[in-house]
Design a protein around this ligand. Structure first.
Ligand code: G4P
Length: 190
């Protein structure tokens, strides 16, 4: 998506060789107009698939998913990080290992909000090693629902998550795929 790539070039900063800081429009301050265009693009890519629900993970996925959901006219469910007692005892949980943070955490979704009839689009801000997405897939599988596809804002193509998920036969559409960030210079996949 040209607009997102241009925005990354203009505003993002590279930390080390592998972290892209996009706090100024995606992860801290949010450019709602840009998210609106991203939502339209997700609808163009997945709009004919009979999506019944969008699933994401807190925190940064929520804004992107909610704006996209307006085009699909479906609810958003977000996985909570941690074991949430107030969600109730009827929950699906999965363990996610974050390479970026070097820790494992539990994600939790109430069984009330995903059912076997659901055809789910997963949306998230970053795809790096793919562990968060595989945790969400695990929850969808536990619920007996279908995973229609995965929509990502920014995929780091030099990390293994995108290939691993596509190799599992899952449709993945990333609005920008960064192939390298050497010496602070971002190169996109064409
Ligand atoms: P994975 O899910 O693909 O395996 O990736 P990983 O565990 O390594 O990512 C952990 C967190 O770091 C995720 O956010 C992910 O969105 C974020 N992340 C990964 N690479 C980058 C990057 O290059 N830039 C930025 N800005 N974030 C990155 P999170 O812990 O779920 O945090 P949040 O959603 O609450 O913000």
């Amino acid at each position: 998506m040209e607009l997102l790539e241009q925005r990354i070039i203009r505003d993002a900063t590279v930390i080390g060789d592998d972290i892209l800081k996009v706090d100024m429009f995606l992860n801290h301050q949010i450019d709602v107009d840009l998210l609106n265009d991203m939502g339209k693009e997700f609808y163009r890519l997945f709009g004919d698939m009979g999506i019944t629900k969008i699933l994401t993970i807190e925190a940064s996925g929520i804004g992107i998913a909610c704006i996209a959901a307006q085009y699909f006219s479906v609810p958003v469910v977000f996985a909570k990080k941690g074991n949430h007692k107030n969600v109730g005892s009827n929950v699906y949980t999965s363990e996610v290992f974050s390479f970026t943070k070097g820790v494992s955490y539990t994600i939790t979704v109430s069984q009330d909000y995903i059912n076997p009839e659901d055809n789910i689009l997963v949306i998230d801000d970053f795809l790096a090693n793919g562990k968060a997405i595989m945790g969400l897939k695990d929850i969808i599988d536990q619920a007996g629902a279908s995973l229609a596809g995965v929509g990502i804002a920014i995929e780091k193509g030099f990390q293994p998550g995108g290939k691993m998920i596509r190799d599992n036969g899952i449709k993945v559409e990333s609005l920008a795929i960064v192939d390298s960030m050497k010496d602070g210079k971002v190169k996109f996949r064409r």
